[in-house]
Write a protein that binds this ligand. Structure first.
Ligand code: ZN
Length: 256
């Protein structure tokens, strides 16, 4: 059974029709999973699934104090459990939970977590019709109790427009995603690259500048290759969280 189907089955079995993240305790109790949280003093380690002496334990690192982040870790570890991944102990890092992890069981646990927390049946209709902006991201993130980053990636799974998202921290790109319509057509800067000095993202980070919508930007600021065969114009909408140095950049591509 594919991971998303397994997640859908769990949602059906537990008759979950509201926010799935509110149902972890009920599920853990049903399967006799011992759940524990701890501050590990290491923000790279996210959580574990441990099978020992007939017991199943899920441990989550609460260092990040981010309810959305913690929910994703819980769902990811529940994924290792529900998908019957073989092994006594899974120690999952931040990298294991990113979209570009290459380890098959981690990819499966992430696919399970995404469908469990943000079921396609509920999120797809909203994502297809809503504007791709910070209001929509916030609404999905609040309703489903996930981080803004998880919400925006899920919206892009379904959005019909030509959009991309780039997450950076201290000016270095850490996350990148795009709507299906752009895959194979447009290459953007990649993870590890620095954001451009002329980007709105940089201005948001270093000044009190705040954006309230998309604004035109030179495509070269973010696009490294255009394989589409048509000229493009680009619009950027960035918001910074100065306390953490992170910026979320939304990009809209128009084919001319
Ligand atoms: Zn894992």
């Amino acid at each position: 059974m594919i991971p998303a189907e397994k997640a859908r089955q769990l949602l059906r079995d537990f008759s979950i029709t509201t926010t799935p993240a509110l149902n972890f305790n009920r599920i853990f109790e049903h399967f006799n999973i011992i759940y524990d949280e701890m501050d590990y003093g290491n923000t790279n380690y996210m959580g574990s699934l441990i099978r020992a002496e007939g017991k199943t334990i899920i441990l989550v690192n609460t260092d990040l104090k981010n309810a959305g982040r913690i929910n994703f870790t819980k769902a990811h570890e529940l994924g290792h459990f529900s998908l019957n991944h073989k092994g006594k102990q899974f120690e999952c890092s931040r990298t294991d939970m990113l979209d570009f992890t290459r380890k098959p069981i981690e990819i499966e646990a992430n696919e399970f977590a995404k469908e469990y927390l943000l079921p396609e049946q509920k999120v797809k209709p909203i994502s297809m019709s809503a504007p791709f902006d910070f209001d929509t991201i916030k609404a999905i993130s609040n309703e489903f109790m996930v981080s803004k980053l998880v919400a925006v990636f899920r919206i892009l799974d379904f959005h019909l427009g030509n959009y991309a998202v780039i997450g950076s921290k201290d000016g270095i790109i850490a996350h990148i995603g795009m709507s299906k319509s752009l895959i194979g057509k447009i290459n953007f800067l990649k993870s590890g690259d620095s954001i451009h000095n002329n980007s709105f993202a940089n201005e948001c980070l270093i000044s009190s500048f705040r954006m309230n919508g998309y604004a035109p930007i030179d495509p070269k600021t973010w696009v490294t290759r255009n394989k589409s065969g048509s000229a493009i114009s680009l619009k950027e909408y960035s918001r910074a969280d100065k306390s953490s140095g992170s910026v979320l950049t939304l990009l809209k591509v128009d084919f001319l």
